[in-house]
Unconditional design. Structure first.
Length: 82
């Protein structure tokens, strides 16, 4: 019992809502040509970061994913790190 209570206390203590970077910059629509903003949502291995990491809403995450994929097709962002 003690262990479960400890885990719950740690989770409550560390739970802090993420700051939404799109809301902070006042961006309403994600554009695939805005490479500077899209780089915030890509890891160093060029994977799209998850919602838990970025702090986006589900709708914004879908828009970001689509924009990143479009930017990759247009050769504005790389697919891999070679």
């Amino acid at each position: 019992m003690k262990r479960n209570n400890h885990r719950k206390a740690r989770m409550e203590q560390s739970h802090r809502p993420k700051k939404n970077p799109l809301k902070a910059e006042g961006i309403e629509k994600v554009d695939y040509k805005d490479i500077k903003t899209l780089r915030l949502f890509i890891s160093d291995r060029h994977k799209i970061r998850s919602r838990r990491v970025t702090g986006l809403t589900p709708k914004q995450q879908r828009e970001v994913a689509t924009a990143v994929k479009n930017a990759r097709e247009m050769a504005l962002l790389p697919f891999t790190t070679r």
